[in-house]
Design a protein around this ligand. Sequence first.
Ligand code: ATP
Ligand code: MG
Length: 482
Amino acid sequence: MVEVNLSGGLPNTFIVGLPEAAVREARDRVRVAIQNTAFEYPSRRITVNLAPAELPKDGGRFDLAIALGILAAANQVPRKRLLDCEFLGELALSGELRPVAGVLPALLHAGKRRRRVVVPRANAAEAALVADADVLVADSLAEVCAWLRGGEELSRPQAATAEAPTDAMPDLVDVRGQLQARRALEVAAAGGHHLLLVGPPGTGKTMLAERLPGILPPLGESEALETCAVRSVAGEVIDPALWRRRPFRAPHHTASAVALVGGGSRPRPGEISLAHHGVLFLDELPEYERRVLEVLREPLESGQIVISRAARQNTFPAQFQLVAAMNPCPCGYHGDPGGRCRCTPDQVARYRARLSGPLLDRIDLQVEVPRVPLHELTAARRDYDEDSATVRERVIAARRQALLRAGRPNAEISVRELERDCALGVKERDWLQNTLERLRLSARAYHRVLRVARTLADLEGSAGCVNREHLAEALQLRRIDV
Ligand SMILES: Nc1ncnc2c1ncn2[C@@H]1O[C@H](COP(=O)(O)OP(=O)(O)OP(=O)(O)O)[C@@H](O)[C@H]1O
Ligand SMILES: [Mg+2]
């Protein structure tokens, strides 16, 4: 909220409410913009209060509201409409309105309180995403003032195209061979499981990871809005044609912890939040700083990240699906037929030890992506090289079953729900226990195998039981000793 008071005393303008440097600059912008809009800047003592004081007040988002507050206090525009309206926008010196970050979350918030919002025209496409919001767009301070004085109505933003064009996304049809990795990708999509791909360089790991968003079900409207709201807070421009697309974020391993998980003096969402409802791809997983990987454990568990800074806490959503890729050893060729690997067993062990057990524990699917023979790479497309649309159909059907059962993808169901929805027969349970013991796998692995087996059964369309084949395949889909 912006409150303005005019009083006697030396002409000067004060902005209170702990503004950051950008808001102090607002004082000058607002003054010149008011003058250039043919209004009079009051030569009184002006106090502007931005409340509540503890909110971050970045950029020029309050310019328009401050300008209108000052003009209303000086009786140059009527106050009537100001009370049930919110105004967002930065002012150029000419009085034109410039776009601001974070329009989408502001609209979602205002909508809850049934308030009308005026935004700069450059934010119109983003504003139009919120179908039921009461939004008006304007080009300049002059236009807003004319409207407040009973002049011409402000226009409404044009509705955006709703469908996400999936055709421009990378398609699975380009991938040759790699049947097991393809299968793992489909299972990951169907159950929301995290996925680790391990293999030598150039075998298609990055290719596969990039194709996960294209086989996931399209974002629902509220999910899409949440995702766009995060991007909007981060200052990204949202393309209305692509707003329903699932995010795919691939931060480099040299990215700082703040860039990855969020933070900074004015906390911003990081890559993990920009991947909300989409895919976070960490290529060359062991190269990331250990400290950074450890921070991932919390959001992997809770779907959000809490950033604490001094007195303030910010929570950003971070419900991402992790796809990680790595080589099996430092040179990349461990286990590759042809004996190219020159790493010592000690080097291999140290490389793998960079990944902590608790992180790997959260990755349900871990598969090898071996080298594809050259003749296969250059061969024509075979029947099993399905395209993304075909795979997505199966994913959507399988997800529907999980949603009907538990309201969530299988990767997120609790142990209790797992026991309810994935009850094994006595024979199956004994078989699984014996097998896990033989493979020296932990009790935790038991639940992970069950979750994946549940997804395999869903993909098959068998709403009922999980059988031994599902269990055996689930074990196959995490047979890597990293
Ligand atoms: N299975 C495959 N089918 C079709 N093309 C492939 C396949 N594997 C690799 N390629 C070709 O090789 C290129 C490199 O693949 P990609 O970048 O996905 O490998 P990578 O496993 O991620 O390697 P690195 O470990 O070096 O990151 C691709 O752009 C593609 O042209
Ligand atoms: Mg790669």
